[in-house]
Design a protein around this ligand. Structure first.
Ligand SMILES: [Zn+2]
Ligand SMILES: [Zn+2]
Length: 148
């Protein structure tokens, strides 16, 4: 077992112990508060709830860090290309460039063009009725059927 493995193990165990202690304290404090409220007495163990909840949260975080540290290290190499592929698939900026034909002068414009580089005609139009982006050659909106 190497050093980081050992550290991670300590993190996991410490985190779980702190979380378990916090949970137990919180439950005890919560139960005591319920009993006290029912009896009309002062909840003496209320402090356990105040201490227990942060302990539970902190312990949980420590344990998660211990578990994740190992996962991240080994998974980064596998995940990185997958994430890159995924972002390329969903990102509109990574799309294959589609050329836009100018409706006025028929010049071929780049996909990110808004106006024709040759004659200045608007290449992107939005439907005034529903706001859908229309292709330059569209005569009617493909969503609501309004004449463009
Ligand atoms: Zn043009
Ligand atoms: Zn429309």
């Amino acid at each position: 077992m190497d050093k980081t493995e050992k550290k991670r193990r300590i993190l996991k165990i410490t985190g779980l112990i702190v979380a378990a202690a916090g949970l137990a304290a919180a439950i005890a404090g919560f139960a005591d508060m319920g009993v006290s409220v029912a009896n009309g007495s002062f909840p003496r163990l209320f402090f356990l709830l105040i201490i227990g909840l942060p302990c539970l949260a902190i312990g949980g975080m420590i344990a998660m860090f211990g578990f994740r540290a190992g996962l991240i290290k080994s998974a980064v190499r596998d995940i990185t290309p997958a994430v890159k592929e995924l972002t390329e698939a969903v990102s509109p900026f990574a799309e294959e460039p589609v050329e836009i034909l100018c409706p006025r002068c028929k010049a071929v414009n780049r996909s990110d063009s808004v106006f024709c580089y040759k004659c200045g005609a608007a290449l992107c139009r939005t439907c005034p009725e529903c706001g859908k982006t229309a292709e330059p050659e569209d005569e009617y909106c493909t969503r609501c059927g309004r004449k463009l």
